[in-house]
Write a protein that binds this ligand. Structure first.
Ligand SMILES: [Cu+2]
Length: 366
């Protein structure tokens, strides 16, 4: 009943769109690429920890207690008559970061020049950064542009979109492969396959984002062109990482795995700055050792102090209340030590790896 009603309604709506609003191209098959520009944690705008989370970092001024009554699209409400403030949480700033990778195969050149076949992840975003030894992780403002570096893809395959509306500027070499320019919708599956097949990187594409970020990582399984006898799934597992949910942990028997021809966007928050490694978790002794392993950096919050700010103040702040700071000669602003996730007390926590200064030396940032 629902479908009989809904489909004709959809066609009717499309038919009545003005020509300029109709999609220029619709594609993607079973692939997708996902990178939101606003989220519950990072909606942007005044009164939040980062007013422009889709384009830049914000200096850390201590936690902000904030309530939201609707999601960024305004579609869903969290408020009710008994809970008029909706969701309340602590906002530490941070930003939104995105990255896109392929799971497939590739060739590794050994020191003696020998070519060795590998299972591997390959970069599908930030290609220019990857080529320059940088992470392929990008802000949405960079990621959400069609990859467009020139008439050919990195592997030498011609880019059929070059010179068209999808790729006519040559100015988004760090954009995501498969993303299409408006008004097109969907993704360009041919671009993903042309770039991702036999384009593995050893080690896997470098990832780096910041403490307090949200990270959206799209994995597309492009298959193994050198091994048509195989039908390998792939996943992404951040090793030793404080995942919010095992659903995104990439352990296939506890979660899900991505089939050939499929895309999946993993979601992470970043509570613990550290150096990690990540790998495919499909029969790890095989896929990991065949090459599906890479590095991950979560940069610490201490990289984002206010310019000219007192370093001790911005890192330590108050120990959880507004009277502690003044008692120690510090302002009453809350800081690093007020958050149980980042408080660093070496006397009681052997894992505390970012100790704050023991005394105020008057040092300032910049
Ligand atoms: Cu794998």
């Amino acid at each position: 009943m629902f479908r009989r009603f809904w489909l004709p309604t959809l066609f009717l709506c499309l038919a009545t769109l003005p020509a300029s609003a109709q999609p220029g191209y619709q594609g993607g098959g079973s692939f997708h690429v996902q990178c939101p520009t606003a989220t519950l944690l990072h909606p942007g705008g005044t009164g939040t920890g980062n007013s422009t989370p889709a384009t830049s970092e914000a200096q850390y001024n201590g936690p902000v207690s904030r309530s939201v009554t609707k999601d960024p699209s305004g579609q869903y409400s969290f408020a009710s008559s008994t809970n008029p403030n909706g969701l309340t949480f602590i906002d530490h700033g941070g930003a939104i970061k995105c990255q896109e990778i392929s799971g497939g195969d590739g060739m590794m050149t050994e020191v003696d020049g020998n070519q060795t076949y590998m299972f591997s992840f390959g970069p599908l975003s930030g290609l220019n950064s990857i080529q320059n030894g940088q992470p392929g992780t990008q802000f949405p403002s960079v990621f959400n542009n069609p990859y467009c570096a020139g008439p050919t893809y990195v592997n030498g395959q011609p880019n059929p979109n070059y010179g068209t509306g999808e790729c006519n500027s040559g100015t988004s070499p760090d954009g995501a492969v498969g993303v299409m320019a408006a008004p097109s919708i969907g993704v360009d599956a041919a671009a993903i396959m042309n770039t991702g097949v036999l384009n593995g990187n050893i080690p896997a594409p470098l990832m780096a984002f910041d403490e307090d970020d949200e990270f959206f990582l799209t994995l597309t399984n492009v298959g193994m062109i050198m091994r048509p006898d195989l039908f390998e799934q792939h996943t992404v597992h951040f090793h030793g990482y404080p995942n919010a949910s095992s659903f995104y942990d990439g352990v296939p028997d506890a979660s899900l795995a991505i089939n050939i021809g499929g895309s999946f966007t993993y979601y992470y928050v970043a509570p613990d700055a550290d150096t990690y490694f990540w790998h495919c978790h499909i029969t790890p002794p095989e896929h990991l050792q065949m090459g599906m392993v890479g590095q991950l950096f979560v940069r610490p919050r201490q990289n984002r102090p206010q310019d000219k700010a007192n370093l001790l103040q911005s890192l330590a702040g108050c120990l959880g209340n507004s009277t502690d700071g003044p008692a120690r000669g510090l302002p009453s602003v809350l800081g690093h030590q007020s958050d149980i996730r980042t408080a660093c007390n070496p006397a009681t926590d052997i894992l505390c790896s970012v100790p704050i200064p023991v005394a105020d030396t008057g040092a300032t940032h910049n």
